[in-house]
Design a protein around this ligand. Structure first.
Ligand code: FAD
Length: 483
């Protein structure tokens, strides 16, 4: 029997797993998909928010403001890219000015440091390409940008380095209560655990219902995006918002942690919890709206579009508590934005809940907060590159030309704890396929390396989700079958 079963390997589940792996506990993470970060965590804006947006005295405000300063340390320990770029909320007219004043006051109540309302001259110093109709802005220097899936992967790897177990392709189907814990029925096997932590994102309400807790309902709301090529990245420096509307923070234009530009999201009710398709008319609206904020956004450098699904709770706030009807079952649900920003503080809080409901936790003497450094070949000096290739010639073989990713980096990302098993898994870990050609050149090479390292046939390698096969067999085999 495990001490703790965590359901869901998004940013919340992986952060909690990593923080609990500091203690002598048998931990298992159950994830229905074939990789870490398959839900909202892989498709969001990647902003570490300053904390002026959430209403004071909500959990969202509390965990956002507490979480924001925690990113520097964890990203340093796990070798994850994180940059404090600062954010602007733009004001175009009188109504916006009122909203900006309100956000400033809210930010002060939430204890956001160094907030300022700045005029056009200061805005232009920060953003020379700011839209011509912008008059004033709320400036929050503590806002940051991060690659959210990179952090989730780093957290899962570190949790596993410290003894946690990860079960991918393991979907929780039902949960039965026992005298001393729970029996979890999955598509694979039955698992027993003393405590369950429900971090199932948009599915958290359905998991909660499995133990008879109907206290909240999640509505999926989708947001669509453009991702522009790295060579568009120089047009701006900070994260640029417009004033928030009824649902959400409005369209954002932001540099990404990897130097691209991201534009989006909009906010609409999603037809279902997995509806990640994009639509022309919504993208067109995002484009029209964004062009007011920054002059000359090069939409002709768009390299991909995608959709993320928010977990909108009917309670209006995060749900982070032991269930009132199921002892030892902890819900961490309704974690919509600013959920990424809040994740370090939420994880710390959930550890406290576990301490309170168990007989206390014993710290591991040999907990290692660091993961092995990730080699990013493109960022090395020529001398470092030459030295590395001398030690391991696989770093001399460029597989992805757009992002300069080597075979050595791909082999490494497959063979780590929580390693890649799919083409997009390699992309999320190394950036191979992330560039302008979106894998057009390197995908077959990446597949060959995956098949070799995982001892699989090329036809078994999928692009992303289970079933997203790329090859079905050899051309001649199929031709012969047809005859
Ligand atoms: C469009 C958009 C923009 C956002 N922008 C920001 C932002 O800029 N800054 C910010 O702070 N926050 C942002 N957020 C919010 C942030 O992305 C989320 O709060 C965060 O990713 C939630 O993480 P999670 O782990 O709760 O959920 P998820 O990442 O969705 O993880 C849940 C996991 O549970 C798994 N699962 C579900 N059901 C089962 C089952 N039955 N068995 C096993 N596993 C299961 C899923 O496969 C998934 O991997 C944004 C969200 C969206 C959608």
């Amino acid at each position: 029997m495990y001490d703790i079963a965590i359901i869901g390997a998004g940013i919340i589940g992986t952060f909690i797993a990593r923080e609990l792996s500091r203690y002598n506990l048998d931990i298992v993470i159950l994830e229905k998909d074939n990789d870490i970060s398959s839900g909202a965590t892989k498709a969001n804006t990647g902003i570490v928010h300053a904390g002026y947006d959430a209403k004071p005295d909500t959990k969202m405000a509390y965990f956002n403001v507490k979480g924001n300063p925690m990113f520097d340390k964890v990203c340093e320990e796990l070798d994850v890219t994180f940059k404090r770029k600062g954010s602007l909320v733009l004001g175009f007219n009188e109504e916006d000015m009122e909203t900006i004043e309100e956000l400033y006051e809210r930010g002060k109540k939430n204890k956001v440091p160094n907030l300022e309302i700045i005029d056009r001259e200061r805005i232009e110093e920060l953003e020379p390409n700011i839209g011509k109709d912008v008059v004033r802005a709320l400036y929050a220097p503590t806002a940051g940008i991060i690659s959210p899936w990179e952090l989730a992967i780093g957290l899962a790897e570190n949790a596993m380095d410290n003894g946690a177990e990860l079960m991918l392709n393991t979907e929780v189907k039902d949960i039965e209560s026992m005298d001393n814990g729970y029996k979890i029925k999955t598509n694979e096997k039955e698992i027993e655990a003393k405590y369950i932590i429900n971090c199932a994102g948009v599915y958290a309400d359905e998991i909660s219902r499995m133990v008879g807790d109907n206290s909240f309902k999640i509505t999926p709301r989708s947001g669509q995006y453009y991702l522009l090529d790295k060579n568009a990245g120089r047009i701006m420096n900070t994260v640029v918002f417009q004033c928030p509307r009824k649902f959400g923070k409005g369209v954002v234009i932001s540099p990404t942690a990897h130097g691209n530009i991201i534009v989006g999201p909009d906010n609409e009710i999603s037809p279902n919890k997995d509806a990640t398709e994009t639509t022309g008319y919504r993208l067109e609206m995002i484009k029209q709206t964004a062009q007011k904020s920054i002059d000359g956004i090069p939409f002709n450098k768009n390299i991909t579009n995608f959709t993320g699904i928010r977990a909108e709770p009917d309670t209006g706030d995060f749900i982070i508590e032991e269930s009132k009807v199921a002892k030892g079952f902890i819900n961490v649900g309704g974690i919509k934005s600013p959920g990424l920003t809040s994740s370090p503080a939420i994880a710390e809080y959930v550890v406290e809940i576990v301490k309170n409901i168990s007989a206390g936790l014993e710290e591991k003497k040999d907990f290692n907060p660091r993961r092995r450094k990730v080699i990013r070949f493109a960022e090395l000096s020529n001398e470092e590159k030459a030295e590395l290739i001398k030690k391991d010639p696989s770093y001399g073989k460029i597989i992805c030309r757009c992002e300069t990713v080597t075979e050595g980096e791909i082999i490494d990302c497959i063979n780590r704890n929580a390693g890649a098993t799919t083409v997009d898994g390699v992309k999320r870990r190394t950036k191979a396929g992330f560039g302008r050609c979106q894998g057009g050149f390197c995908m077959p090479r990446v597949m060959e390396i995956l098949a070799r390292e995982l001892n699989k046939d090329m036809t078994d390698i999928v692009k992303d989700k289970t079933g997203s096969y790329i090859l079905t067999g050899e051309t001649k085999e199929i031709e012969n079958e047809e005859k």
